[in-house]
Design a protein around this ligand. Structure first.
Ligand SMILES: [Zn+2]
Length: 90
């Protein structure tokens, strides 16, 4: 995570729930900091956008890896069968 948002990260640790999205949760420490004027709302918006993008990239990466894994397994089993086939035929 970006060092520039370290203060938000620190505040986020004080949120009631660790999966807090800091959006409309009434127990959110980050939102409270905005209300108190400690934190700039625009910075939080940037932070949340960055976080969303990071999450999106990670899940995209995971999906790609899973597909690649599946393909390589399929490819291997197909290759193995073909090998057997060749062996038995000739
Ligand atoms: Zn929060």
């Amino acid at each position: 995570m970006d060092e520039a948002f370290k203060d938000i990260e620190e505040l986020a640790k004080e949120c009631k729930f660790s999966d807090c999205k800091h959006e409309n949760e009434p127990w959110c420490r980050v939102r409270k900091a905005i209300e108190e004027g400690i934190l700039d709302e625009k910075r939080l918006e940037r932070y949340l956008r960055l976080k969303r993008e990071t999450r999106f990239m990670e899940s995209k990466q995971k999906r790609i890896m899973m597909v690649q894994q599946k393909n390589s397994i399929n490819g291997k089993s197909k290759g193995y069968k073909r090998e057997n086939h060749v062996r038995y035929e000739y």
